[in-house]
Design a protein. Structure first.
Length: 204
């Protein structure tokens, strides 16, 4: 039997569902985050929207990020919930990240959202909490310390969300990242002093 880590399993499922949704407009419309449908009881959309993407670039960026940081965070969460902690963490992040958008656009029949960014942001910020000075590679090329990226990412997301001119759900990015930090600390409070110690004593 093929033994896949949970990060790889999530990536495979997301890629398959995204590909199927690109081939079927009906399936895409069934899975996408659409507040009026959720208000009528289609709560599954709070999760399913995280497994479809707008295009190949959107999918590749999210899955690339998840692949490189998910496995490190999976090792931490594997200690919880009978080894399924990472899957539960990821799914919960997708839901929590989109709830503010749902509350804000509950009656908006024109609002749609899709993508794994909420869950991926949670994974990324949980990683930053554990290794603030590790290098991330912007666009897979430019090295940048994780903590510097986090500050810039949050600042840009707040600014872009306030402008409201983009079709990117920056609010979900922010709430996903916040969930990643809070959930990790709640499960293991020792992560917080570890973060500050690592932050104050960089190991370059």
């Amino acid at each position: 039997m093929l033994n896949l880590d949970h990060t790889t399993l999530i990536i495979i499922v997301t890629v398959i569902v995204s590909l199927l949704a690109w081939q079927s407009k009906a399936l895409l419309n069934r899975l996408i985050f659409y507040p009026p449908a959720i208000a009528k009881g289609e709560w599954y959309r709070l999760i399913t929207h995280g497994f479809i993407h707008a295009d190949s670039t959107h999918l590749l960026f999210n899955m690339f990020t998840l692949y490189f940081f998910g496995r490190a965070i999976e090792q931490f969460y594997a200690q919880y919930f009978n080894g399924f902690g990472f899957i539960l963490f990821y799914l919960a992040a997708i839901v929590v990240a989109i709830i503010p958008s749902y509350l804000q656009h509950k009656g908006d029949a024109t609002y749609l959202s899709l993508g794994a960014s909420g869950g991926v942001s949670a994974v990324l910020f949980a990683f930053i909490l554990m290794a603030p000075w590790d290098m991330l590679y912007l666009f897979a090329i430019v090295p940048i310390p994780a903590i510097v990226f986090a500050i810039a990412y949050v600042g840009y997301s707040i600014y872009a969300n306030s402008k409201g001119t983009s079709n990117v759900n920056h609010l979900a990015h922010l709430w996903g990242g916040a969930f990643g930090i809070v959930a990790t600390i709640l499960l293991n409070p020792n992560v917080l002093p570890h973060f500050f110690n690592a932050l104050l004593h960089p190991n370059f």
